[in-house]
Design a protein around this ligand. Structure first.
Ligand SMILES: [Zn+2]
Length: 54
């Protein structure tokens, strides 16, 4: 399981993507591209997830 929260990456936005790693990467990447005009690579998003500590 993985979770990416827009507000953790400097956006004033309450979007959160949670679930399977692959799905989170796709969903969060699509959201930041469409809503914030920022396109993260899948590698970058994977790094975001890997660096998180719960
Ligand atoms: Zn957002």
């Amino acid at each position: 399981m993985a979770r990416l929260r827009c507000s953790d990456y400097g956006f004033e936005c309450d979007f959160v993507s949670e679930g399977e790693v692959e799905a989170v990467i796709k969903e969060f990447g699509k959201h930041t591209d469409e809503e914030h005009g920022i396109e993260y690579s899948e590698e970058a998003l994977m790094q975001f997830i890997l660096r998180q500590k719960y």
